[in-house]
Design a protein around this ligand. Structure first.
Ligand code: SF4
Length: 342
């Protein structure tokens, strides 16, 4: 994989720190040494800041405080430590887990962003989320589940009526076919219950591994990695893997973490991708994991400009869910508006 390097960030030494800028031949040796010491001092200060953040007690105020520090504080800027080119497997595992721990502190309320009350609703909502936002799905499913609350109801539905309800989610004809088809399969093959095994779930119409893992992780408490568009982008930026196919990414990233971390890891990464590390304009200057990120500088590094790119609860943005978990509301998160409310 070609690794994009930002010239402002500089090269990496084998120890993981940033190489100081080369002194010109005419510069006195003393001056170069002083410069080197100054760079080291700033890098050490940064590392200390991250370490301090890592031991901040969990909870709402700590999370809010940390995010606020990330936004308002000194930019990670030119002293950001990049992982060395020849990062060992052990170092990669440590860095990956540290990123996840940092994100767990920033988003202690991370959760699946589809509204659901049972496994049937979750599998249907996940199928509907293809090629659209979770918000749009959440704004559409209340009408769908009010009319068809069980697999039996949806299996017997008139497709044209379902299409009308699903129209706002896009690809509504194909999605109608999938949700009616999967409801029929649930009724005919699984007694109207959503199965809790990967091999059964992936046989349902419209259900691939990604959907199956969302369902297993969030409705059955079985560890699963959700490789969606955000997850793919971020793990590549972090150089966790060079793989490009979702199944291979899932295997490569899964090998860096204990299984028990997989579901929450997926939520942390996806939350970060939606709120700070955007596809086109990552807010690097307001990113709390910048010191651990090889792609720092791919986005805006000026803290004030970066702050304006943030799209999340701490900036007053509503979330994706109309009915978010209480922990999210307690942290100052706002529910999304219903369809047609703006
Ligand atoms: S926002 Fe920038 S620094 Fe943060 S994870 Fe994304 S690319 Fe890295």
């Amino acid at each position: 994989m070609v690794v994009r390097r930002d010239s402002a960030v500089g090269e990496q030494n084998p120890g993981g720190g940033k190489k100081p800028a080369k002194a010109t031949k005419s510069a006195p040796v003393k001056k170069a040494a002083a410069k080197k010491a100054a760079v080291k001092k700033v890098a050490a200060k940064k590392a200390a800041t991250v370490k301090k953040a890592a031991v901040t007690p969990k909870g709402q105020s700590a999370a809010l405080k940390k995010a606020s520090v990330a936004v308002k504080g000194t930019p990670p800027a030119k002293s950001v430590a990049k992982p060395p080119k020849d990062e060992s497997r052990t170092a990669l595992v440590r860095r990956a887990r540290r990123i996840d721990r940092e994100l767990a502190e920033v988003y202690p309320y991370a959760h699946p962003e589809l509204d659901f009350e049972n496994s049937f609703q979750l599998v249907v909502a996940t199928v509907l989320s293809a090629q659209t936002t979770d918000l749009r799905v959440n704004q559409t499913t209340p009408g769908l589940f009010a009319k068809y609350p069980t697999p039996e109801d949806l299996a017997a539905a008139n497709p044209e009526e379902v299409e009308e309800i699903l129209r706002p989610t896009g690809f509504f004809r194909a999605k109608t076919k999938s949700v009616i088809g999967l409801s029929k399969a649930l009724v005919e093959q699984f007694g109207g219950e959503v199965p809790g095994r990967l091999e059964d779930l992936v046989k349902l119409p419209g259900v691939g591994r990604k959907t199956a893992f969302v369902v297993l992780g969030n409705a059955f408490g079985r560890p699963g990695i959700t490789v969606d568009t955000h997850f793919q982008r971020l793990v590549r930026r972090w150089q966790w893997t060079d793989e490009t196919e979702p199944d291979k990414i899932e295997a490569a990233v899964g090998a860096l973490f204990p299984k028990s971390d997989w579901t929450m890891l997926s939520h942390h990464v996806i939350f970060h991708g939606r709120r700070i590390c955007h596809a086109r304009k990552p807010a690097c200057g307001a990113c709390p994991i910048a010191p651990l990120c090889p792609a720092y500088g791919e986005g805006e590094t000026d803290p004030e400009k970066a702050k304006k790119l943030l799209k999340y609860e701490k900036g007053g943005f509503p979330g994706q869910r109309l009915k978010p978990p209480q922990s999210y509301l307690d942290a100052g998160g706002k529910p999304a508006p219903p369809l047609g409310a703006g």
